[in-house]
Design a protein around this ligand. Structure first.
Ligand code: PLP
Length: 397
């Protein structure tokens, strides 16, 4: 018996454990201080009323023999029509035409980010941005693929662009980005699509935060760029869009036009899913189907606006302090440069001890994250405003 030794090449992830341990130690030493977390990476607002009503009604369906549901009707995409239609409608409003057969319902973006690699050879060279959402990196280390990094930094606004000298087969793009909050314009994505088509590469596009985008020139889907259906898979989630982090639902778009190495990726993915997956629950899907209705979109919009307002509270203070940052405008994340040349962990300690505010050290997301710091918009208005008042006081000194 042999293990997959690639797992031994994974670095232990100390980031959130260390943030938690340092915060707990500080609270224990200073029980009188009120610590505010601007490090929350999870949503905090409840589900929209339209979603709750749809889920209650789906529970009632399960209670009656006539309306009870077992396994999903389609054993490849696993989607009920109501949900697939609502996704098609939401894409149509972004100017993208999808067919039912292009959409696969999942239990969230994280699983599909990892699982999609099942259908791709381990011989492929993978391009991963640095800093990065760690899932892209770790899932490829697990499979033993060769990884090259695309440097994201202040010069490129933390939005790396294709480099003709680098030959990659699989490219990860995440926009709006976690951790940097930076978002690609449609024009920038055109260059990535051109690179992928020219190099016979596949783009894995993570659109988990697309509902935060308000600027027209920024992309909400890679399929807003012509040619993307021939070179990109898009992975989406209801987690940040509609507060589904605990409910679990997402969808992955594998267009029928996507043919690589002589095979339809749509067919390979359907085959993979029908073998290893058994669907997302009916109750969850009915809740998700309510998200992209007129009422649902208005209600989730209120929650997203709530987070946007927090992001603005944060970015306004950083503007006032003259601190460089990305994100905050079309994203719940604000990626700030640590002041006075501090490294990420020194700034973490400084902020915790002097402002009693917790953020996430950028160095935990890759080497280019050193010297940067992530703040999030997921706390309450009151806490966010108080945290930023303290940060302003501290850094103005
Ligand atoms: N992709 C990115 C970039 C994320 O930041 C996250 C969650 O934080 C996910 C995917 C995971 O989403 P889900 O909850 O749908 O698994």
């Amino acid at each position: 018996m042999k293990i997959n030794r690639n797992f031994l090449n994974l670095k232990d992830s100390y980031l959130f454990a260390t943030v938690g341990a340092k915060t707990a130690a500080f609270k224990k030493a200073h029980p009188e201080k009120e610590v505010i977390r601007l490090s929350i990476g999870d949503v905090t607002r409840p589900l929209a009323p339209a979603v709750i009503r749809a889920m209650h009604s789906a529970v009632d369906d399960m209670a009656k023999r006539e309306t009870f549901k077992g396994y999903a009707p389609d054993q490849t995409c696993y989607g009920y029509d109501a949900l697939l239609d609502s996704i098609i409608g939401s894409y149509a409003r972004k100017g993208v035409t999808l067919e039912k057969g292009d959409i696969f319902i999942s239990d969230g973006a994280k699983s599909d980010c990892g699982n999609i690699l099942d259908i791709l050879s381990t011989e492929n060279v993978v391009l991963v941005p640095d800093p990065v959402y760690p899932v892209y990196l770790d899932t490829n280390i697990m499979a033993g693929r060769k990884i090259v990094f695309a440097d994201a930094n202040e010069e490129n606004g933390f939005l790396p662009m294709p480099d003709g000298k680098v030959k990659a087969d699989i490219i990860y793009l995440c926009s709006p980005n976690n951790p940097t909050g930076a978002a690609y314009t449609k024009e920038q994505l055109k260059e990535w699509v051109a690179y992928a088509l020219e190099n016979d590469a596949l783009i894995l596009y993570d659109a988990a935060y697309e509902y935060f985008v308000t600027d027209e020139h920024l992309a909400r889907s890679i399929y807003q760029v012509e040619g993307a259906k021939e070179c990109a898979i898009e992975i989406c989630s209801y987690s940040k869009t509609a507060g589904f982090t605990g409910v679990r639902c997402g969808y992955t778009i594998v267009p029928k036009q996507l043919v690589k190495d002589g095979a339809s990726l749509n067919r390979l993915w359907a085959r993979r899913q029908s073998t290893k997956f058994n669907g997302t629950s009916y109750i969850t899907q009915m809740g998700a189907a309510a998200v992209f209705t007129e009422e649902g979109e208005r209600e989730i919009g209120e929650s997203i606006d709530y987070y946007r307002k927090n992001a603005k509270i944060i970015s306004d203070v950083l503007d006032e302090l003259g601190i460089w940052y990305t994100g905050g405008k079309n994203s719940p994340y604000i990626w700030m440069k640590c002041p006075n040349g501090m490294d990420s962990w020194s700034f973490f300690d400084y902020l915790l001890e002097n402002a009693n505010v917790v953020g996430t050290p950028g160095c935990g997301f890759g080497k280019n994250g050193e010297g940067y710091f992530r703040l999030t918009a997921f706390n309450t208005h009151e806490n966010t405003a108080e945290a930023m008042r303290r940060i302003a006081l501290l850094l103005k000194k």
